[in-house]
Every structure is written in structure tokens, then in C-alpha cells.
Design a binder for this molecule. Structure first.
Ligand SMILES: Cc1cc2nc3c(=O)[nH]c(=O)nc-3n(C[C@H](O)[C@H](O)[C@H](O)COP(=O)(O)OP(=O)(O)OC[C@H]3O[C@@H](n4cnc5c(N)ncnc54)[C@H](O)[C@@H]3O)c2cc1C
Length: 312
């Protein structure tokens, strides 16, 4: 039995479909959700392989202590041997707690489905290496890096049942959670347009946003750009920011320091725009454009718009 935690804090997103698809490859999936979420939204998880969805409306979706207790109870009640999370901020707070509570080995940052022998590939050292790991406990917990597999529809809407996780009160009270602005959550985005200090100032981000809009991409930035307040902190990618694995990462005016690469080197295709042909980022790029972002980004945008128009 596979228990999959669904973070529905901001609704049911692509990462929810990914974890259910992932779980389905390992066995019969029961999904579990905290908070009040519309039943029809949850039933959709059945299309990706969930047999049923359990919901505890009394547990707050941003409270790791409550979620830990709820998932532990469900795992014990159902006899779940594998518990899966998407590797987001909630999972980073819940999975280690759960690991202690259930005496379960934790595979953090999985990038593929474990083999029949239980061997699983995980990203380590901020994505600079891949390790093969296997836990030797009866129960295992896996956190899956977003964008590691494509959601697959394999079934139809499933039953949604109320569940009492007996989570009680937490020692720490979450007073406020700020939801990042922007239409596409960065961790779930398949396309990302990112920029750094080479853009000179926040007033020049219009061309980044325009290109992102044409592509249907999310926007990201390097750390100094967020530190100096040109862009919001939730856009900061890298070792100390968010790690992302989009299909396409366009980086303009970013030097490609190792700490930045740590958060983006799982991207399937990297395009770098930089005036300096010696910029380290070019070594990690699939496509490099030695040029001024102020000319290249608008030109790319125009070309894409024409391409889209001619294909409509
Ligand atoms: C412990 C630690 C953790 C860190 N964590 C992170 C992290 O998570 N994420 C992160 O990003 N950084 C992180 N850093 C900082 C990192 O080391 C770099 O300093 C940072 O990534 C540099 O940002 P940048 O490339 O935007 O700026 P810069 O290094 O200033 O590079 C700007 C680039 O823009 C190019 N450029 C200039 N003008 C143009 C133009 N008109 N068109 C095109 N290109 C142009 C330049 O050639 C240059 O390559 C960390 C550092 C430390 C010490």
C-alpha cells in the first residue's frame, strides 16, 4: 500500500499529479490531504492512479507538526509501507519528523522510481551528483523532486473520504503564510526565464516578463537580485534558494556561479545569454548566446511571437 501526501495548500497542482503517478508505479495508492479542499478537485487524483483520497479538514495545510501526526496515523491504520511526498517546503519539514515517528528510512530528493530491489536515484550535493540509495527499514519515505516525471492519466475520478488524523494542537502556531505571486509556481514550471545582475536594475525586468508571458513560463532570478530587492525572494534559485528542474531554463545576465548552478543544473535544456564569452554559465549551457540581454531578449520574444502567430 502506497500513501501519497498531497500538498493542496495552493490547490491541486502538477506536483500532486506527479506524486500520484509516481506512487501508482509502486502499487495501490491512497492519497491524503490536509485542510478544506473541494471534493471534485480531489477526485481528479483518481485519474492519475489514486484509489481513494482521505481528507482531514481539521489539519492545517501549512502546519508540519499536525501533518506529521495525521500522515503517521494514516500510515499505521492502512499499513502503508511506502509514503511519498513532493519535495517541497512542507515535505522538508514533515518527512524527517515522520521518519523519526515511524522509524522509517527517508529517501530525500528522489528523481526516479525505485527499482524492484528498492534502489533509488537521488540528487545530492545540491544537484552536483547523483547517489543510489536504498533504505533497510520496513517502511520507507520518499520525497520526489518536482518535474522528475510526467503525470500520466491511468484511471478515473475516485472516492474522497473524511479522515480524522487526531493531530491535535501543534507546539508551534503558523500565524501567516504568504502565497507567492505569479501565475505559475516556480517549482512546477516547465519553462523558466531567469535573469541576474546583468540586467542593471528592476526597471528592466519588463523584457524578462514579456518573454516569459509569450512562452507561458515562470520567472526566476539570481540571489543578489533578490537580496537587493529587485525581485521577490521566492524567485531566487540556487543553493540557498529554490532548486528547479524545468524542461527549459533561459538565463540572461547571470554569470553561472556554482551556487546558482546548484539550483538549476537539473534543467533539461539551458540557454544562456551573456555579454561575456568567458562567463562560467556557458560551460553548463546547451545553447549559448554571446550578446546583450537588452537586445537578445526582446528579439527572442518577437521571434517567438511570430512563430506562435504563424502556427495558429
Ligand atoms: C554561500 C553562498 C550561497 C549562495 N547561494 C546562491 C544562490 O542560491 N543563488 C544564486 O544565484 N547565487 C548564490 N550565491 C551567489 C553567487 O556566488 C553569485 O554571486 C551570484 O549567483 C551572482 O549573481 P549574478 O550572476 O546575477 O551576478 P554577477 O555575478 O554580477 O553576474 C552578472 C553577469 O551578467 C553579465 N552581463 C552584464 N551585462 C549584461 C548584459 N547587458 N547582457 C547579458 N549579460 C550581461 C556579466 O557578464 C555577468 O556574467 C551564493 C553565494 C554564497 C557565498
Amino acid at each position: 500500500m502506497i500513501l501519497v501526501y498531497i500538498n493542496a495548500e495552493h490547490g491541486i497542482g502538477k506536483s500532486a499529479m506527479e506524486v500520484v503517478t509516481y506512487g501508482k508505479k509502486l502499487g495501490d495508492v491512497t492519497a491524503i490531504v490536509a485542510g478544506s479542499v473541494a471534493q471534485d478537485q480531489l477526485a481528479v487524483l483518481g485519474e492519475y492512479g489514486a484509489s481513494k483520497v482521505l481528507v482531514d479538514a481539521g489539519v492545517k495545510a501549512d502546519d508540519p507538526q499536525q501533518i506529521t501526526k495525521m500522515v503517521a496515523k494514516a500510515a499505521n491504520d492502512l499499513g502503508a509501507k511506502t509514503i511519498i511526498f513532493s519535495n517541497d517546503l512542507i515535505a522538508k519539514a514533515v518527512a524527517p519528523r515522520l521518519s523519526v515517528r515511524l522509524k522509517a528510512g527517508l529517501i530525500a530528493g528522489a528523481i526516479e522510481v525505485p527499482s524492484a530491489e528498492g534502489v533509488c536515484k537521488v540528487n545530492v550535493f545540491s544537484g552536483k551528483a547523483i547517489a543510489k540509495v536504498k533504505v533497510n527499514t520496513e517502511v520507507r519515505i520518499i520525497t520526489l523532486l518536482p518535474n522528475s516525471l510526467q503525470p500520466e492519466k491511468t484511471g478515473s475520478a475516485c472516492a474522497v473520504e473524511a479522515f480524522n488524523g487526531e493531530a491535535g494542537d501543534s507546539r508551534v502556531k503558523v500565524l501567516e503564510t504568504k502565497i507567492p505571486e505569479g501565475e505559475i509556481p516556480l517549482t512546477e514550471a516547465e519553462l523558466v526565464v531567469s535573469a541576474g545582475r546583468g540586467l542593471k536594475g528592476p526597471e528592466n525586468w519588463g523584457m524578462v516578463e514579456d518573454l516569459a508571458k509569450t512562452l507561458g513560463a515562470a520567472t526566476a532570478c539570481s540571489r543578489p537580485v533578490a537580496d537587493i530587492g529587485w525581485r521577490p525572494h521566492h524567485e531566487h534559485v540556487g543553493q540557498t534558494g529554490i532548486a528547479i528542474r524545468p524542461n527549459l531554463y533561459i538565463a540572461a545576465g547571470i554569470s553561472g556561479a556554482i551556487q546558482h548552478l546548484a539550483g538549476v543544473n537539473g534543467s533539461k535544456v539551458i540557454v544562456v545569454v551573456n555579454t561575456d564569452p568567458e562567463a562560467p554559465f556557458f560551460k553548463a549551457a546547451d545553447y549559448g548566446i554571446v550578446g546583450d540581454a537588452f537586445e537578445v531578449l526582446p528579439a527572442l520574444n518577437e521571434a517567438l511571437k511570430k512563430f506562435k502567430a504563424s502556427n495558429n
